[in-house]
Design a protein around this ligand. Structure first.
Ligand SMILES: Cc1ncc(COP(=O)(O)O)c(C=O)c1O
Length: 462
């Protein structure tokens, strides 16, 4: 098998560990090597042209060859390619970026802490929550509640918040302070006849039960993505966040909005929180902050927390946290240019306008024999494949139907991502209406091919 692979593929197999890849299967099939990108398209080493329908990993909002971003990076490289911001050092792009982010945020923000990834941002959130509660004399408040199927990263603490089995199994996770409440997926988990509002009420009641069982005085924060991404693109049911926020308020528990995917126009608003009237206490951002041209993330810190950090700093002598690449000047320059383009080109308005086509096309797929649910908000969505539409029965996970569907998708010249048996859709926000329709046409053909394969293999009865 390996002998048929290209030289590059063999070199890859012998050298590279691929995240979220079946490493054993990878030795047989080899990598898909991408060589270049333009607009919403990428080309692989075989010369195939593919629509990048997941924006890489939900991040390249401005597509793949944005000259202005490249220019912003190169001119900053020439000027000052690197400085850290430890020990009080600073630079203009960091200052300017922090100012702009404070202004854009959907809540009052005092200061901005920069990092390089969503995992680092969420790890920082956890550390700051503990630090803050120690500082204000509530050292027993250390538990953080996230949700089953939530995704918050892979470092030890952020992976503990993540609510997916593969991130915990045999990694000795989650850490004991991290708890997981229900996944608010109405299609999957609602009881017969339960409306979205009733389901949301039940979700909030279960959260309250968990808080009471644990002891409210031991819980410091709740973390949520406005729309769960890697867990399957799960759009929250009506009134969900309103009810969850009421419970958190009651017990003085902070809301951390993980806007790593939803931020910067993905849901048709600057931030996902605005789409659901969430007023978070703190926020993690990354990905589309630079359209992924540079790895930059940030934590938006409220004044109460900053005050406590000041006190700790006086007591301890320093704020003992930060990364070599925190506020990397090239990353900050690219982020500034990205924000400028979002504003100047009304990228968020464009996403809003296209979301109707997205919704119409994704809903229409519910007529397909394989699709149980087609869901979206803004430019983020998924189709969930089921063995039986009437009963919503899923395929046996061992059949890997989602993975096979993803292969058919790629054969059609489209890149999506299968999240178990849901196919996530998250194209660059610069996509045109014509390209978006083409994406859905390709997906439809791929689903037809998957359906034929499912029938041939007799997988419905398996
Ligand atoms: C909502 C969310 N939070 C955090 C992360 C982790 O980000 P990273 O992979 O940059 O560490 C991701 C990654 O996809 C994410 O989707």
């Amino acid at each position: 098998m390996v002998a048929q692979l290209s030289n590059a593929a063999i070199r890859d197999i012998e050298t590279v560990i691929h995240p979220y890849t079946n490493l054993a299967k990878h030795r047989e099939v080899g990598p898909c090597v991408l060589e270049r990108g333009e607009g919403v398209y990428v080309w692989d080493s075989e010369g195939n042209k593919l629509i990048e329908g997941l924006s890489g990993l939900w991040c390249t909002s401005l597509g793949f060859n944005n000259e202005e971003l490249i220019e912003a990076a190169t001119s900053q490289m020439h000027k000052l390619p690197y400085t850290h911001i430890f020990g009080g050092k600073s630079h203009d792009p960091a200052i300017e970026l922090a100012e702009q982010l404070k202004e854009l945020a959907p809540m009052e923000v005092s200061k901005v802490f920069f990092a390089c990834s969503g995992s680092e941002a969420n790890d920082t959130q956890i550390k700051l929550m503990w630090y803050y509660n120690n500082a204000i004399g509530r050292p027993e408040r250390k538990k953080i509640i996230s949700r089953i199927k939530g995704y918050h990263g892979v470092t030890i603490a952020s992976a503990s918040l993540t609510g997916l089995p593969a991130n915990h199994a045999d990694f000795d996770l989650p850490l004991p302070q991290m708890l997981h409440t229900d996944c608010p997926h109405h299609y999957r988990f609602a009881e017969d006849g339960e409306s979205e509002q009733e389901f949301s009420t039940r979700m909030a009641e279960n959260l309250e039960k968990m808080i009471l069982e644990e002891g409210p005085e031991t819980v410091c924060a709740f973390i949520a993505e406005p729309v769960m991404g890697a867990g399957g693109v799960i759009v929250p049911p009506d009134t969900y966040f309103e009810k969850i926020q009421a419970v958190l308020k009651k017990y003085d528990i902070m809301f951390i909005a993980d806007e790593v995917i939803c931020g910067f126009g993905r849901l048709g608003e600057w931030f996902g929180s605005q789409a659901y009237d969430i007023v978070p206490d703190t926020m993690s951002i990354a990905k589309a902050l630079t359209s992924a041209y540079m790895p930059v993330s940030a934590v938006m810190i409220p004044e109460v927390m900053y005050e406590a950090m000041l006190d700790e700093s006086r007591k301890i002598g320093t704020f003992g946290h930060g990364y070599t690449y925190s506020a990397h000047p090239v990353g900050a320059a690219v982020a500034l240019k990205t924000l400028e383009i979002y504003k100047r080109d009304n990228i968020i308005g464009h996403a809003q306008n296209l979301s109707e086509t997205f919704a119409r096309r994704v809903k229409a797929l519910e007529g397909h024999p394989l699709v149980g649910e087609g869901r979206n908000i803004g430019m983020l969505g998924a189709v969930e494949l089921v063995a039986d539409k009437a009963t919503k029965r899923s395929f046996d996970p061992k059949m890997m139907v989602g993975a096979k569907a993803n292969e058919f998708v790629q054969k059609e010249g489209l890149i999506l991502r299968n999240l178990v048996d849901s196919l996530g859709i998250c194209p660059p926000l610069i996509i045109s209406e014509e390209e978006l329709n083409l994406l859905f046409d390709k997906l439809e053909t791929a689903l037809d091919n998957t359906e034929r394969w499912v029938t041939q293999e007799g997988l419905r009865s398996a």
